[in-house]
Design a protein around this ligand. Structure first.
Ligand code: ADP
Ligand code: MG
Ligand code: MG
Length: 252
């Protein structure tokens, strides 16, 4: 089954070191949550893993089934099975959602193994139904004029169709009302499998009532400073982060 091992990952933005040595091991079937105050580097971790050009990796490795994804280009990472649902998905004018999805699926499947149009449409419409999305969204330009909740559902639709090995969800809960949160979480839970690991980044414990993590990690100042089970998320929700700082002697 899938194995993803991040070892000593360091990354900088505009010359400033943000990630100061991240170690994390995710196995297929596991859901890991990363929580932490704003500005501690959670989104930077997601972006560095996906190869966003603004984030310079200055050390460490991230082995997906033995291959260092940090050595790969952005497209290669997606092909290898990395998927990121973003906090702020971008809008792309001139590309319809369905065209975007089909080319992403075909890139993931590889040359000579492209999905037929009929099969693609059937799959897409099936998943859209599960996510309670109107199928007209297939023909709209990617994310253009989508509400916050629609964008997030669309990210989950992409995930469902791409069948990735490692899924990173960056604050997928932000801006979602309870109904949308339930639908999005059901979509994620339906994708749980021995071949897939999840990294769920969230500022609030609420999401973790819907997507139940096996492990919870606290990130502060570019490091994972504490790891535990779901009870850790509950304590953070009740008591905030100060006790972690005190315990570790972190001054900010
Ligand atoms: P989090 O997701 O935990 O709230 P981020 O990873 O977004 O934190 O940010 C961590 C730090 O890196 C912050 O100080 C932020 O200002 C800085 N940073 C992140 N992305 C950029 C960027 N594209 N340009 C400049 N600074 C950035
Ligand atoms: Mg933030
Ligand atoms: Mg963030």
């Amino acid at each position: 089954s899938t194995q993803f091992v991040i070892d000593g990952l360091k990354a900088s933005v505009e010359g400033k070191e943000i990630l100061k040595g991240i170690n994390l091991e995710i196995k297929g079937g596991e859901i890991h949550a990363i929580m932490g105050p704003n500005g501690t580097g959670k989104s930077t971790l997601a972006s560095a893993l996906m190869g966003h050009p603004k984030y310079e990796v200055t050390g460490g490795t991230a082995l997906l089934d033995g291959e260092d994804i940090l050595e790969m280009g952005v497209d290669e990472r997606a092909l290898a099975g990395m998927f990121l649902a973003m906090q702020y998905p971008s809008e792309i004018t001139g590309v319809t959602n369905s065209d975007f999805l089909r080319s992403a699926i075909n890139a993931r499947r590889g040359e000579g193994n492209e999905i037929s149009l009929i099969k693609f449409i059937r799959q897409m419409e099936g998943k859209m139904k599960e996510l309670e999305m109107n199928t007209e969204f297939a023909h709209r330009y990617l994310n253009e004029g989508f509400s916050g909740g629609e964008k997030k559902r669309n990210e989950i639709l992409q995930m469902m169709l791409l069948d990735p090995k490692i899924v990173i969800l960056d604050e997928i809960d932000s801006g979602l009302d309870i109904d949308a949160l339930r639908i999005v979480s059901n979509g994620v839970n339906a994708m749980r499998s021995e071949d897939r690991g999840f990294l769920v980044i969230t500022h609030y414990q609420r999401l973790l009532n819907y997507i139940k993590p096996d492990f919870v990690h606290v990130m502060m100042q570019g490091r994972i400073v504490k790891s535990g089970g779901p009870e850790l998320a509950e304590r953070l929700e009740n008591e905030g982060y100060d006790w972690v700082k005190e315990e570790l002697g972190i001054v900010d």
